[in-house]
Write a protein that binds this ligand. Structure first.
Ligand code: AMP
Length: 283
C-alpha cells in the first residue's frame, strides 16, 4: 500500500494509474477504522481497479471542540487494517496540506437537506463536510465514491454535491455494519465504557421496534413515543431526535405515501458521546 501525505505526490501517482486505464474508487474517512469503514473499502476494491482511502480528522466539520479533541486516533491499527483489506493507497494529509492558511469554509445551503436535523443541531457541520469532500474529490478525481448509510443525511448532502459539481462521479451508499447485538459501528463507540455500550444498543432496538410496528400499520407518532418509553428512558440518554423522515428531503413525516421513501432516524447522547443511527423503512 502506498501512503501519501502530500497532495501533489498523490495526484501524480493517480494520474499515472488513470493513464494506464485504471478506474479509481475513493473512500474518505476520519480513521479509527472498524468493519463499517472496511466494508466501504471492500466494495470499492470489488468494483474498481484501484482504491484510495483517506484518513483525515477534519476540524471544520466539528461544531464541538471537545468532540474534535477527543476524536479517537488509532493510525497504526488503521494502517494494518487497510493493508489486510488490500487497500491500494492511503492519503494521510495534515491540516496545513488540506487548508493551507485558512480554516474558513463556504456556506452551503441545499435547503432542508443541509438545514434540518444534523444541520440544525451541529451548526456549520455540513459546511465543513462539503469543504473537505470537495477538496478530496478534486485531488483524487475518482470514478466512484463510497459512503455509509449510517450517516444518512451526509449521504443526501454528498448526493447533491455530486449532482451539482461532480456529475461524473458514481455515488455508492453502503449498508450500515452493526455489532452482533445491533449497535451501529462507529469510531465514537470507542469512547463508551462497556456498560454504556450495552445501553447504547437500545438506539438500534428502538429503531427496529418502530420500523416493525409502523410497517404493520402502527400510528407513526404513537409508535415512536412508545419506542422512546420502552428503550430510551435510561438516565445516560439524552435524546435529540427520533423521527420518520422523507429520504428525498430530510423533512419529518407523520403519514406514509407509497410514492416516497422513508427512514427512521435517531440522534442521542449516551453519557458524553453523541450517537446517530437510522433504518430505512423500506429498501
Ligand atoms: P467517518 O470516519 O466516521 O467519517 O466515516 C467514514 C465513512 O464510513 C462514512 O461514509 C461513514 O458513513 C462510513 N461508516 C461509518 N460507520 C459505518 C458503519 N457502521 N457501517 C457502514 N459505514 C460506516
Amino acid at each position: 500500500m502506498f501512503v501519501f501525505k502530500n497532495i501533489n505526490h498523490l495526484e501524480h501517482h493517480l494520474n499515472k494509474k488513470r493513464a494506464e486505464g485504471q478506474s479509481i474508487g475513493f473512500v474518505p474517512t476520519m480513521g479509527a477504522l472498524h468493519q463499517g469503514h472496511l466494508s466501504l473499502i471492500k466494495k470499492s476494491l470489488e468494483a474498481n481497479h484501484y482504491t484510495v482511502c483517506s484518513i483525515y480528522v477534519n476540524p471544520t466539520q466539528f461544531n464541538n471542540k471537545k468532540d474534535f479533541e477527543t476524536y479517537p486516533q488509532t493510525i497504526d491499527a488503521d494502517v494494518k487494517l487497510l493493508l489486510d483489506t488490500g487497500c491500494n493507497v492511503l492519503f494521510l494529509p495534515s491540516t496545513n496540506e488540506m487548508y493551507a492558511s485558512s480554516l474558513d469554509v463556504a456556506e452551503i445551503n441545499y435547503g432542508s437537506i443541509t438545514n434540518n436535523y444534523e444541520g440544525a443541531l451541529r451548526p456549520g457541520h455540513f459546511n465543513g463536510v462539503v469543504a473537505i469532500v470537495k477538496k478530496l474529490f478534486t485531488i483524487t478525481n475518482p470514478d466512484a465514491v463510497y459512503f455509509g448509510q449510517k450517516d444518512l443525511q451526509q449521504c443526501l448532502v454528498i448526493n447533491k454535491l455530486i449532482e451539482t459539481e461532480f456529475p461524473k462521479i458514481k455515488m455508492n451508499i453502503v449498508d450500515t455494519i452493526r455489532e452482533t447485538n445491533g449497535l451501529a459501528m462507529s469510531s465514537r463507540n470507542m469512547r463508551l465504557t462497556s456498560t454504556q455500550k450495552d445501553i447504547a444498543v437500545n438506539l438500534s432496538k428502538a429503531l427496529f421496534y418502530a420500523k416493525q410496528e409502523i410497517l404493520s400499520g402502527g400510528p407513526i407518532d404513537q409508535t415512536i413515543e412508545n419506542a422512546k418509553l420502552i428503550f430510551l428512558m435510561d438516565s445516560n440518554f439524552r435524546l435529540e431526535y427520533f423521527d420518520l423522515i422523507n429520504m428525498e428531503t430530510m423533512e419529518k413525516e407523520t403519514t406514509l405515501n407509497t410514492k416516497n421513501k422513508y427512514a427512521l432516524i435517531i440522534a442521542c447522547w449516551c453519557a458524553d458521546v453523541r450517537l446517530i443511527d437510522n433504518v430505512l423503512l423500506t429498501e
